[in-house]
Ligand binder design. Sequence first.
Ligand SMILES: Cc1cc2nc3c(=O)[nH]c(=O)nc-3n(C[C@H](O)[C@H](O)[C@H](O)COP(=O)(O)OP(=O)(O)OC[C@H]3O[C@@H](n4cnc5c(N)ncnc54)[C@H](O)[C@@H]3O)c2cc1C
Length: 498
Amino acid sequence: MSGCDVIIVGFGYAGGIAAIAAHDAGAHVLLLEKQPDPGGISVCSAGGVRCNDRPDDALAYLVATNAGTTPEPVLRALAEGMCELPGFVGDLAEAIGAKVSLRPAPGNYPFPGYDSFAFINVDTVPDFDPRTTFPTVRGAEAGARLFQVVLENVRRRGIEVRFGMAAERLLVERGRVAGVVANGVELRARGGVVLATGGFEGDAALQRQFWSMTPVLSAAVRSNTGDGLRMAQKAGAGLWHMWHYHGSYGFRHPDSGYPFGVRLKRLPDWVPGTAPRDDVTMSWILVDRAGHRFMNEYEPYVQDTGHRPLDGFDFARLAHPRIPAVLIIDTDGYTHYPLSAPTWHDAGTAARFSEMTPHDFDAAILRHFGTLATLAAAFDLDAAVLAATVADWNALVAANGPDRFGRPIPGRRPIARPPFYAAPVVPIVSNTQGGPVHDADQRVLDAFGVPIPGLYEAGEIGSVFGHIYMSGGNLAECFVGGRIAGRNAAAFASGEQR
Ligand SMILES: Cc1cc2nc3c(=O)[nH]c(=O)nc-3n(C[C@H](O)[C@H](O)[C@H](O)COP(=O)(O)OP(=O)(O)OC[C@H]3O[C@@H](n4cnc5c(N)ncnc54)[C@H](O)[C@@H]3O)c2cc1C
């Protein structure tokens, strides 16, 4: 293969959008995907793309949430790109007859500009059934619809996609990235290479080096193993905010054949300074290895930050005191709604678990007990400590008073009616937010901040979010960064881009 301008590695949202952008800029594109099917994590996402129409407000919010971890020009590129997304996503959707809508939605935290944001959602795609098109995926249908829009636009452009092709190394010639080695074959690009290989949620060894908590289970994929990160490092890339990941606490399935963590039902986020909705019910508490509550189980954006309080090490006992923690709920809470909300993009898991409902997951994961004392014994907790913890909790619920961990009043329920249900919970990574550093042109920078010629990245691999994440921000950066990387890699082929 010698006639290609741009090679894109990885076919999630970021790779797909980079391919579309490079193609539309006149480049001959080759898109490589190591899996037999496209979609990565993207296809299981909730599908809401953050956008805005006020770049300065978007920038103010992004600057505050990143707390100095990401240079302002990079955030400005994202902020300005977010303002182009309604038109861009709308055009992609229209090309295949899909319908999109725009829904105002404030950011998660009351930083400057937080009320200027909205979500773009794909509401309908003609003749599309996610279960038949993506049979190895379990996730939100809105994410699958958004991915179908990207996939169909790649197809209609006739972009060459090769599945089952794992990029292994970058070809670097005279200091310039000139292609990749994939499945042992050298593939050359006249222009740039775009790494869009996602993060390292499937690589326990990398996590062990960068994160102090362990184990952390992936929420949905095994295939994102940090390949692009390693390739970029070999080419000299600097790294940023490797500690940061988007995730929460969730269940470890007792069947060792289930390879992922099980996320919990997503309750509505709430903005600090306001209260959660009155109609929310969150009946459970978490206790540590000693039987004490230790965290606000309903943080404002618990799906993102819920894992953080599980970190820490007890130097007297030489153990992680909160991993696993234990989720406890009574029979009223257990029957209110299913707690498990499993997701995956994985053929083996789909083959074994597709027929299982969230109720089936709950039944397999949560054990039930007639008394708190028998529950404590089963989880090796001190029965007296647990009894006191539950009594304190019930008193707090009755008093409607302030919780020392900051758990809001709406949603609280007593743990009173047996049987009591419990399961171990561990940190779960939905996606990683650290990786190779890039500039506002999506060029990968070396450890001294100098662009590595011919090397670009897009999406989660080099996520800009280095402090507090914004819901829907990862999808926004896949689309914005993918467009910029694709265009610039194409320009590099024609000698227009540095
Ligand atoms: C359940 C769930 C829900 C989520 N919901 C949201 C949401 O609503 N909004 C939001 O903003 N974010 C959400 N996220 C995060 C978001 O989905 C991801 O950050 C984003 O989709 C990543 O896109 P990507 O294109 O960078 O990577 P991916 O979609 O993961 O694509 C990377 C691709 O690269 C391939 N690849 C890896 N290595 C190689 C190699 N060596 N050679 C070739 N190919 C390779 C992989 O197989 C994969 O297909 C969610 C995450 C999860 C797990």
